[in-house]
Design a binder for this molecule. Sequence first.
Ligand code: GLN
Length: 198
Amino acid sequence: MSSTTPVIGVLALQGDVREHLVALAEADTVARPVRRPEELAEVDGLVIPGGESTTMSKLAALFGLLEPLRERVRAGLPVYGTCAGMIMLADKLLDGRDDQETIGGIDMIVRRNAFGRQNESFEAAVGIAGIEGGPVEGVFIRAPWVESVGGDVEVLATYDGHIVAVRQGRVLATSFHPELTGDHRVHAHFVEMVRAEA
Ligand code: GLN
């Protein structure tokens, strides 16, 4: 990291990139879209947005980003994934497409569209371990849940009996979309994780 202001990328292949760029800029970072391996190489942290994980997976392969992403995550890059981003960070996926690939990074099994089958979209207050000031408003849009986690994964939040926020080392994931609410506490928490590596 070159200065005290961390540079945080948002994987900009597909999805709600702009909302994350705004949330990160408001959390005192330099926020940049990442579409190419050279851009990935320059960031201190990365957000993987919500969107459609099957499309994101296809485009990541097409843009030659899948392996570079896996390498940087393995090497300890702080990463935060929301919704489709959570799916991309799962070591194992249920109800994915047959050809769907993930980056991995969290020892968890994620069920894609898990809440979506019951409810296309809903909002709910979610208390997250480590986030002060009360629950955040969780926006769930055809959201995944975490079906199970390995021993090194911290469960940070559950909703309706299902795991919806997790952290393993420097990798954070939520089923829901804090970038859509104007409450940037989860982003600020991630920025602290990035600063801790500076
Ligand atoms: N259901 C979507 C997927 O499979 C995720 C939805 C979202 O990111 N809001 O990627």
